[in-house]
Design a protein around this ligand. Structure first.
Ligand SMILES: Cc1ncc(C[n+]2csc(CCOP(=O)(O)OP(=O)(O)O)c2C)c(N)n1
Length: 184
């Protein structure tokens, strides 16, 4: 399974849900699969997609889907602990675990050896499921969309970056159109 396969399945299954996407190639892949006003491409701040998604989920009724990476979650593990403490009912955290810092050249992360993010999430009090094939991912994601609780999905993928174009929208426009989509 590749990161872009997971992103395609997320896009196939969302409607009004908000998506906050991790820095780097994940955001480019999401943009190339389907650009939407309800996508927030988090262009600058590694590690903060989950924190931004948490803040959003606490302040709106719509479902928030965060697409994060193992490298970014490892950089801000405290975010998982805070999410486990606050547990908004409308947050789905999809951690695409390619065991690498894919966007900067697939350098290995610690999930390649000693760190199990499902167990970390569970230890933070969260409901977490690990999947390693695309059919299981879709099944679990559909189920998470219907649930009334914070749900973490660890999608184990191979380290692979789909060649795709740069995001052709200025960051400030990404921000304002996203805000307008939430509060027209
Ligand atoms: C504080 C900080 N350190 C390093 C970077 C460089 N950087 C950008 S994306 C990235 C890798 C992110 O890895 P991961 O979250 O696992 O996502 P992947 O690209 O593998 O899908 C790195 C190291 C950065 N932008 N900010």
């Amino acid at each position: 399974m590749k990161r872009i396969d997971v992103i395609k399945k997320i896009v196939d299954n969302v409607d009004k849900e908000l998506i906050v996407c991790n820095i780097g190639i994940p955001s480019k892949e999401l943009y190339s699969v389907k650009d939407r006003e309800r996508n927030f491409y988090m262009l600058g701040s590694m590690g903060l997609a989950s924190s931004i998604g948490l803040g959003l989920a606490l302040n709106i009724k719509e479902k928030v889907v965060v697409i994060d990476g193992d490298g970014s979650i490892l950089m801000n593990l405290g975010s998982l602990s805070t999410i486990g403490y606050l547990k908004p009912k409308n947050l789905i955290l999809v951690i695409i675990d390619n065991s690498s810092y894919g966007s900067t050249g697939n350098q290995k992360t610690h999930t390649a050896k000693n760190t199990n993010l499902k167990r970390v999430a569970e230890a933070c009090g969260l409901c977490a499921v690990e999947v390693d094939n695309i059919d299981n991912f879709e099944e679990v994601f559909k189920c998470a969309l219907k649930r009334d609780e914070t749900f973490v999905i660890i999608a184990k993928t191979i380290p692979y970056n789909e060649p795709c174009e740069d995001i052709n929208i200025p960051p400030v426009v990404i921000k304002y159109r996203f805000m307008k989509a939430i509060h027209p």
